[in-house]
Ligand binder design. Structure first.
Ligand SMILES: OC[C@H]1O[C@H](O[C@H]2O[C@H](CO)[C@@H](O)[C@H](O)[C@H]2O)[C@H](O)[C@@H](O)[C@@H]1O
Length: 430
């Protein structure tokens, strides 16, 4: 599948977003606000009321008319995500950060800890009852949201949220976040970028297994691990098949590695007006589609919009994320393979554990062969041949390593096998 379908509500909210930009102008304009609105009544009636608004030739309507239209027909953005006090929140948990003794630092840490209470939300029942009126997706339990304009749960943000929750001894809330991500994975086949209809076309850096591992290290809850195992295997399949997987051939063997690749070739609904503007100088519609896919794939990387993904750092239309094998993504997948092997062993499935250990070994070799650069002492992103050439069965060429320095060049140090001083020395010397 290379593109997921839009929904009638989303298509309408994109039109509303364009009209809002033409009406209210750029200062303080947030396109995401409009696609986060929820309908008070059925879409058909709201569309009729929208069509009846008097318009100027530039598509704008009177400011007062649009303000009234929005107030009459929509609930507030974010109103369908309701505050939910976490069941396991206490103002000062027993044993909280025992080594932090300085009173000022301790007071600040407790303020940060209190954010879990402020950022905890659950999906309103109205979303489950009338999903067609919301772009928010129903979730089984409470989550922690990033806050501000990000009114829904996000995939890779949840990794750091969970690390913080574990420091706060909030194991129930941490497990609830994982259960929600597993629910999205089971429903859509991948963990979504975030829990909105407009994020169904892509994932984000795959850190689910790392979340489960971090929770297991604190709780030793085998049942929790066993319940997540099938979903983790499914996620591994998502990242290691189809358009996400690329084979690179060197003189000795072929290496399978993964890239970001969103199933979307239109402007991102949450940034529709921005993406259309960015593409305004691209004349052919197929080139525009390619650009939009690169934009969505960059959002999948979580690094939206770093120059890391651009052929020309000064020109966003040169985004080429799908033509890059990223170091960080492949390290996350390697961690996933090691974690699944560890969990399968705990669950009493040694043959599946062995299969994932072998996959991890193969990826470890691929990372060392394709990304490692001895002279620079770093692992470098790898440029694939241009889109007209065959994407599968690429031939490794040192000249294709991107020699620019990014923080992601050092992510392999997260994995034991790459962070031993001895092994690094051997790699450099051989
Ligand atoms: O903290 C949430 C995420 O915020 C950024 O990206 C998100 O916003 C973009 C524009 O609204 C959207 O297109 C993207 O898909 C979202 O993830 C940030 O770049 C992400 O790393 C972060 O998870």
């Amino acid at each position: 599948m290379t593109a997921v379908a839009s929904t009638p509500l989303l298509a309408f909210l994109e039109r509303l977003q364009k009209t809002a930009l033409a009406t209210f102008g750029l200062p303080d304009f947030d396109p995401k606000f409009y696609v986060d609105l929820s309908l008070k009544s059925d879409l058909a009636a709201v569309e009729r009321a929208f069509a009846a608004l008097p318009r100027s030739p530039d598509g704008s309507v009177r400011v007062k008319d649009l303000e009234k239209f929005i107030a009459d027909h929509f609930g507030d953005a974010g109103a369908d995500m309701v505050p939910a006090r976490p069941a396991d929140f206490v103002p000062e948990p027993e044993g909280f950060l025992p080594r932090v003794k300085n009173p000022a630092v301790r007071a600040w840490a407790l303020e940060v800890h209190a954010l879990w209470r402020d950022l905890s939300r659950r999906v309103d029942d109205a979303v489950r009852e009338q999903p067609d009126r919301h772009t928010l997706l129903p979730l089984p339990g409470p989550v922690i949201i990033p806050g501000s304009r990000f009114r829904e749960v996000y995939y890779w943000d949840s990794y750091w949220v969970i690390r913080g929750l574990l420091a706060s001894k909030m194991y129930v809330t941490a497990k609830s976040i994982v259960n929600n991500l597993v629910y999205l994975l089971n429903t859509y086949g991948h963990v979504l970028n975030g829990a909105r209809v407009y994020y169904t076309n892509r994932s984000q850096p795959p850190l689910l297994s790392s979340m489960i591992r971090a929770i297991y290290e604190k709780t030793h809850d085998v049942k929790f691990v066993e319940e997540s195992l099938l979903a983790l295997r499914k996620e591994h399949g998502f990242w290691t098949s189809g358009l996400h997987q690329i084979t690179v051939q060197d003189r000795e063997c072929s290496h399978n590695l993964s890239r970001y690749y969103a199933m979307w070739d239109k402007p991102r609904p949450e940034s529709f007006t921005i993406d259309e503007e960015s593409a305004s100088n691209i004349s052919s519609s197929s080139e525009k589609q390619k650009f939009y896919r690169e934009v969505a794939s960059t959002a999948e990387s979580g690094w939206d919009f770093s120059t890391r993904w651009m052929r020309n750092p000064e020109d966003i239309t040169t985004l080429a994320t799908t033509s890059i094998l990223p170091v960080d993504l492949n390290i996350y997948i390697l961690r996933m393979e090691l974690d699944i092997a560890f969990f399968e062993e705990i669950a009493g499935n040694p043959s599946i554990a062995k299969h994932f250990l072998e996959a991890a070994k193969a990826r470890e070799k691929a990372v060392s062969t394709v990304f490692w650069n001895e002279r620079m002492g770093q692992w470098l992103d790898y440029w694939l041949g241009d889109s007209s050439s065959c994407m599968e069965g690429q031939h490794w060429d040192a000249a294709n390593q991107n020699q620019k320095v990014f923080a992601s060049n050092f992510i392999p140090l997260w994995i034991n096998v790459f962070n031993s001083g001895l092994l690094l020395a051997i790699n450099i010397l051989l």
